[in-house]
Design a protein around this ligand. Structure first.
Ligand code: EPS
Length: 407
């Protein structure tokens, strides 16, 4: 079973992750992981913290000569901001009352509505909200992206590619239908866009909306989409609730901080249409000596009955605006029980583009798990052998012409 755990606080020394269950022999490089870490750090609307961090991974175990060993893969991402927080976040001693450190970031008792601050404090019996917010911070997603980058390397060996793009920021929407993977100029545009939006004109309006929100001391959410191409039919299962791949994908995406809605394929729009305009019909075509089924549409987002159907897996997430506002909302002080303004911490105005990269990691992870569940092996070689057999067997919709008949 492929699994991972992460640890680390936003302003602690580092984030760490341990990945277990990877096959031996998978090529992994720091460069590949760093590329995704950098993509997560970019994006219009991020705050001052991203100027400080230059996220880079260091492998501490499980890798030798650029290939996994089959042992747990241990990785670390240092927080460059840590030296500024050394006293405040010291694992053993809290800063003395009246010290400079306390003047910089003393006890925090004014919960931000929408943040984990208050429920986290109640649940874990903390009064200083820093004990919650440090781990609830989206900083933790850097570790998830590093782990997702490794999953992506495995998927690439299996012919699966994961992409993401931003479809809305605030009320500004990009209605461009999902282009295929082969439309590389489109995907290059997305990568080059600070909004991760493939339509420059729309991206300009998104940028203006973020600037306007920043001026008002406000924040903005949005919608992003992740698509996985090259996914064969047969991953996931209809037989049990916790084996349905749509449910597993939704959980992974919903668990990204600030995500409040997840949809697959048409999602909520499917509820408004009759069945004849929702389901993807099966048609027949002839190609390269084969007769094969195909689907003119992919409204199901590549999943039927919790199983992949061979079409791209398409999943969208609705992200709420970040709860740290520079013009703070009304709150209550945990110590005095007096009405106050919610705490203001340095934060982002909009992290939708960055979160779309986290979404890629979440989807890549779940697909890698599903692929290994189907075709797992102790070495990459064994996985590839199993995968090849699975692909051969999973193609009953293709028939080759042998003489006058199809077989
Ligand atoms: C975050 C607040 C900001 C963000 C941070 C998430 O950090 P800071 O409080 O240090 O300014 O920049 O995001 C990251 C550090 C990151 O790596 O994504 C929060 O409160 O969630």
């Amino acid at each position: 079973m492929l699994r991972f755990l992460t640890a680390g606080e936003s302003h602690g020394p580092a984030l760490v992750a341990i990945v277990e269950g990877l096959p031996a022999g998978l090529p992994v490089t720091e460069e590949e992981v760093n590329r995704d870490l950098a993509r997560r750090q970019s994006g219009y609307g991020r705050g001052g913290r991203m100027q400080i961090e230059r996220d880079r991974v260091r492998f501490l175990g499980g890798l030798r000569g650029g290939k996994t060993l089959g042992s747990p893969l241990a990785l670390l991402i240092e927080n460059r901001d840590w030296p500024h927080w050394r006293e405040i976040m010291d694992p053993e001693t809290l800063p003395a009352a009246g010290s400079e450190a306390v003047a910089m970031a003393g006890e925090m008792t004014r919960p931000r509505p929408g943040h984990a601050d208050l429920p986290g404090a109640i649940k874990y019996a903390h009064v200083d909200l820093r004990n919650v917010l440090e781990r609830a911070s989206a900083r933790e997603t850097a570790a998830r992206v590093a782990v997702g980058a490794v999953a992506r390397l495995l998927l690439r060996c299996l012919g699966i590619e994961v992409r993401s793009r931003v479809l809305a920021v605030g009320g500004v929407r990009d209605e461009t239908p999902l282009p295929p993977l082969e439309e590389s100029t489109y995907w290059e545009k997305v990568e080059a866009s600070p909004l991760r939006c493939g339509d420059e004109e729309v991206a300009g309006r998104m940028k203006a909306a973020i600037d306007e929100a920043a001026r008002r001391g406000d924040t903005l959410g949005g919608v992003w989409e992740v698509a996985a191409f090259g996914v064969p039919p047969g991953l996931g299962s209809h037989v049990h609730w916790d084996r349905r791949l749509d449910g597993l994908l939704a959980q992974a995406v919903m668990s990204i901080p600030a995500i409040k809605g997840v949809e697959i394929g048409l999602g909520f729009r499917a509820a408004e249409r009759p069945g004849s305009e929702v389901h993807d019909e099966l048609l027949l075509r002839e190609r390269e000596g084969y007769r094969e089924w195909y689907r003119p549409t992919n409204r199901a987002g590549g999943l039927e009955g919790g199983i992949t159907n061979g079409e791209p897996v398409v999943i969208r997430a609705a992200m709420k605006p970040i709860p740290t506002l520079t013009r703070p909302l009304r709150s209550l002080d945990l110590r005095t029980f007096e009405p106050v303004e919610a705490a203001q911490e340095r934060s982002d105005v909009c992290a939708v583009p960055a979160a779309s990269v986290v979404g890629e990691a979440a989807v890549a992870w779940v697909l890698a798990q599903a692929a290994l569940e189907k075709c797992g092996g102790d070495s990459l070689e064994e996985v590839l052998r199993n995968w090849e057999g699975f692909l051969q067997a999973a193609q009953p919709w293709r028939r080759r012409r042998s003489g006058p008949t199809w077989s």
